[in-house]
Write a protein that binds this ligand. Structure first.
Ligand code: AMP
Length: 631
């Protein structure tokens, strides 16, 4: 079939199109209506249908592939490799589900998962959806303040965590950060379920903390059936950064998500049941949810869960896994490729990669040198795909499962089936139909199955933030700039808001600013994202001090910079730490007091800052220019 026709049908006859895709999963009760869009922008998919994510990911494969690999855990941090078949995964998920139930978790409750990349994290996620509870995974790299705000928003009954993670051979203790987060949060979980890896101290709070291994022992043979839930029942929330400091809980449904993932594995990621999928992401991010856990498993594929760096013990480690487990689809981020690029390219030639159909990259712009390098080194197709936490699966890519099409360097590809993507003028909302015009990448409602249902407990924020940012229209904004060429290929040109993308990790500059401002000597601060060769972008901070004598000498300034970075590390986590914190006496603002972030960013990247007629104090930008130039 021609992709163009496939896409057209998905937009013009969505009911027929998605009813067909819905056959890819099991339903306990068939749906009555494919899509209810009677209250835009809220879309309800597969209304009346009942299903369960865990059933589709695990139980339904027991008949055909109970003894085939399901979860392949590889840690080069603690030197462990363990393979769970579908039958073993089924058993472990039930043990975890029974444990959660024993701790009082019921359908609709939230369970916050704050864990390193270990099998128990996957068991916990699947156990939640098995019993109709919502998981809310918080990336293990986040520290107490980030975690506390998510605890308060999700209000979990139980938190599942572990003593520690490990990165580059260094133990990263979790328990202290978790205890501090619970101390800071207003909501207190009833119980904390702890997995002890024996890596770090794990002081237990009596009455609250429970050791998982002991509880698991009591439930070795407990059967926990899947709870059939409505297709629209929320399966999870996942926090992501936006313009304001407060993270948004992206809420996902059940049936639409299962269908969207099953279809994407077939049409985009070229995976088939019985094969192996390897995504190098982390369960704390959306790629981990969709393409480490649910997508591959729903498709009956084995999935590799990897704890470790791409270059440890050597740069061939990922490729050795591709060879060993005959990986057919691999998913990573451009940053990881840029890390590999610094290593000996021979590492990629050491292993037989013939099983691999393609390497899929996403999360940040894929620059041409990186794309060319990895394409040459691997000798396999490289497929860029563009999407967001909010959508849960690709918006733009090349759907080679439908029709083979060439990729273009610098472009993630065309609008994926189900997505009616438009480029809109930011100020008038008018559609830009001509080629090569720059506009905001927007999606006409309804969003296809699998995308966010709403912001957790905040429908108003969902409507206001995502659907009303473009004047005169109820349309979903991605907050990315883009252009489209004559052939329908899109090119993404960066965010329209204050979100930055560091090594594929999405961070809100406001969150970092709030954290820096909590340092007693900081009066005001601006954080911007600045282009970086390795990480794509890094955060750069410019702070006005209350007491400038504390940074009077270069040594003192450096010491203060280190102190401020430590505050960010402790509150948000090292992922959010700015590359530099520089001190200025005034920040560039408009006369009405708005920070001129785009001008600061332009100066940091040695670009023209553009129209500065509204700037209050032109010396402010000069100070930043001088600092950047090292004067
Ligand atoms: P996240 O929600 O963390 O996945 O971040 C989503 C954002 O990352 C998007 O809005 C884009 O700004 C950026 N992004 C993701 N994938 C790509 C891609 N393939 N090319 C360019 N930017 C991307």
């Amino acid at each position: 079939m021609r992709f163009q026709d496939f896409h057209r049908q998905s937009i013009e006859q969505p009911d027929i199109f998605w009813a067909e895709q819905a056959k890819l999963i099991d339903w306990e009760r068939p749906f009555d209506k494919v899509c209810d869009y009677s209250k835009p922008p809220f879309a309800n998919w597969f209304v009346g249908g009942r299903t369960n994510l865990c059933h589709n990911a695990v139980d339904r494969h027991l008949k055909a592939r109970a003894d085939q690999n399901a979860l392949i855990f590889v840690s080069t941090e603690v030197d462990r490799e363990q393979v769970y078949t579908f039958a073993q995964l089924h058993a472990e998920v039930q043990r975890m589900a029974a444990s959660l139930q024993a701790l009082g978790v019921k359908q609709g409750d939230r369970v916050l998962v704050y864990m390193p990349m270990i099998p128990e994290a996957a068991f916990a996620m699947l156990a939640c959806t098995r019993i109709g509870a919502l998981h809310s995974v918080v990336f293990g790299g986040f520290a107490s303040v980030s975690l506390a705000s998510r605890i308060d928003d999700a209000q979990p009954t139980v938190i599942v965590s572990a003593d520690a993670g490990s990165r580059g051979g260094k133990v990263v203790p979790y328990k202290g950060l978790l205890d501090e987060a619970i101390r800071l949060s207003s909501h207190k979980p009833a119980k904390v379920l702890m997995v002890n890896r024996g890596l770090a101290d794990m002081p237990m709070t009596p009455g609250r903390d429970v050791d998982y291994s002991a509880l698991r022992e009591q439930h070795l043979n407990t059967t926990v059936p899947c709870v059939w839930v409505d297709s629209t029942h929320p399966s999870y929330t996942l926090y992501t950064s936006g313009t304001t400091g407060k993270p948004k809980g992206v809420q996902r449904d059940t049936g639409g998500y299962a269908v969207a993932l099953a279809a994407s594995i077939k049409h985009i990621f070229l995976g088939k049941p019985g094969e192996t999928y390897f995504s190098t992401s982390d369960i704390g991010w959306v790629v981990g949810h969709s393409y480490i856990i649910y997508g591959p498993l729903i498709a009956g594929m084995a999935t590799i869960m990897y704890e470790g760096l791409p270059i440890r013990p050597d740069a061939a480690v990922w490729w050795s896994l591709v060879e060993k487990y005959k990986v057919t689809s691999m998913f990573s981020a451009p940053t990881a490729v840029r890390v590999l690029k610094k290593q000996d390219p021979a590492a990629l030639k050491k292993h037989d990669l013939s099983s691999l159909r393609a390497l899929f990259l996403a999360g940040e712009p894929l620059d041409e040198p990186t794309a060319k390098w990895i394409a040459d080194a691997l000798g396999r197709p490289i497929i860029d795909n563009y999407w967001q936490t909010e959508t849960g699966w690709p918006i733009l890519t090349i759907c080679n499962g439908i029709e083979q099409a060439p990729s273009k360097f610098g472009s993630p590809g065309k609008a994926v089936y189900g997505y009616d993507v438009k480029l809109l003028d930011e100020s008038t909302g008018e559609e830009l139909k001509g080629a090569n015009q720059k506009g905001v990448v927007a999606i006409e409602g309804p969003l296809p199955p699998g995308c966010m249902q709403t912001v957790w407990r905040d429908d108003e924020r969902f409507v206001k933030t995502y659907w009303k940012s473009i004047p005169g229209k109820l349309v979903y904004s991605t907050f990315d700039w883009g252009i489209r060429d004559d052939d329908g290929y899109f090119f993404i040109l960066g965010r329209t808001d204050d979100v930055i993308n560091v090594a594929g990790h999405r961070l809100g500059t406001r969150e970092i600013e709030e954290s820096i401002s909590s340092h007693p000597n900081v009066a005001e601060v601006a954080v911007v994202g600045v282009a970086d060769q390795l990480k794509g972008q890094v955060a750069m901070a410019f702070a006005v001090l209350k007491d400038t004598s504390k940074a009077a000498t270069p040594e003192a300034a450096l010491k203060l910079e280190g102190e401020i970075m430590k505050v960010v590390d402790e509150q948000l986590g090292a992922v959010a730490r700015p590359a530099r914190v520089r001190f200025v006496t005034v920040l560039p603002k408009t006369r009405s007091g708005k920070l001129l972030r785009r001008a600061i960013q332009a100066v940091c990247e040695a670009r023209d800052p553009g129209d500065l007629t509204t700037i209050e104090d032109p010396t402010a930008l000069q100070q930043i220019k001088d600092l950047v130039a090292g004067r």
